[in-house]
Design a binder for this molecule. Sequence first.
Ligand SMILES: Cc1ncc(COP(=O)(O)O)c(C=O)c1O
Length: 405
Amino acid sequence: MADFSHAFARRTRLRGGEELAAILAGSPPGVLSMTGGFPNPATFPTDELDAIAARLLRDDAAVAMQYTPVAGLPGVRAYLLDRVEATQGRRPDAGELMVTSGGMECIALLCAALVDPGDAVVVEAPSYLGALMAFAGAEAEVVPVDMDDDGLVVEALAERLDAGLRPKFVYTIPEYQNPTGRTLPLARRHAFVELCRRHGVLVFEDVAYRELAWGGDPPPTLWSLAPDVVVQAGTFSKSFFPGVRLGWAVGPADVVAELVAAKGNTDQCAGGLGQRLLEEYGRAGGFERHLPAARELYASHWAALAGALAAQMPEGVTWTEPAGGFLTWMTLPDGLDSTALRADAIAAGVAYVPGAPFFVDGGGARTLRLSFSHLAGPDLAIAAERLGGVVRGALDRVPQHTSGG
Ligand SMILES: Cc1ncc(COP(=O)(O)O)c(C=O)c1O
């Protein structure tokens, strides 16, 4: 068979996507999987969309089935301006918003528009694997900045910027972060954008999980606090459905214009049918009708998992307490390695994502990510019990623990 590997671009050899592939591949039968951050299909508004899709195909095919302007259909953009204003308390100007083919595409567009090989890009440590891979693929120098329980440590970023680091942007997921579930409090948000404004550094805010808040309203978006220095990527994957591949970008008009130009070199427009579905669903109040049930579902899953973890995990294991989204982040006691334990976990019938790949500079060996979006409460309880058994078994094999220390 012919071998075309000589033709593969250099970037294909950059830090690989095995971890993401493993997440997307799913788990063997019988294994309770807490890996993928996928929305629960019970939240998909199929009945309403059935009627809207039939109507669009009958009455609006010339628009819905046609190519659209690169920045999105005018009516859809107008709807998104209204929606951003309603949900974030600030209305973008028309030139400050575009439709994207999802959050991940927005990350790719930012790379295409802003990142030359060797440019620095700051990320939270840990951060979303898809973004880390995109930045590596763009040949960026990816610079991690520490987080604590309240998200990005702004003083740590300040130290780097004061020392002369000049990143093209700082990528942040301010609420229900992937992978940690953490949320940046208001005071830090102010300090963060003020710092970046002072240094002339762009903030790239990813609000993927923001609409799935169950523990009270999240603080204002970074973009709403500082629209002059923040580009925001939003997605409808978690609040509508990921099969539609739709999101938005808002930010300074000159940056958005570059993102639109970059999109002209890739898919040229998000699908018209999905854009019109979203507009009709949104204008008819679909989000207001359906999001409360989605939030309740994920809140109930978290309550089940949190209770089961508290009952099942041995002393010394800690985890974050998300107030929205799909994810919690666990830290195992000293001496344990979540990557090494993965095979034991799968053999015991439970799957998680080891934490190390979410860090760019090594580290995170004791951490792991659990998603509670999919499994129902009783299965989450069994999954926690299995995980507790695996961790206890591993602790028994750590010398200081078996010696009673
Ligand atoms: C933080 C974050 N950003 C972006 C995305 C990708 O979103 P989309 O499906 O819109 O490409 C995800 C998906 O899991 C995510 O967790």
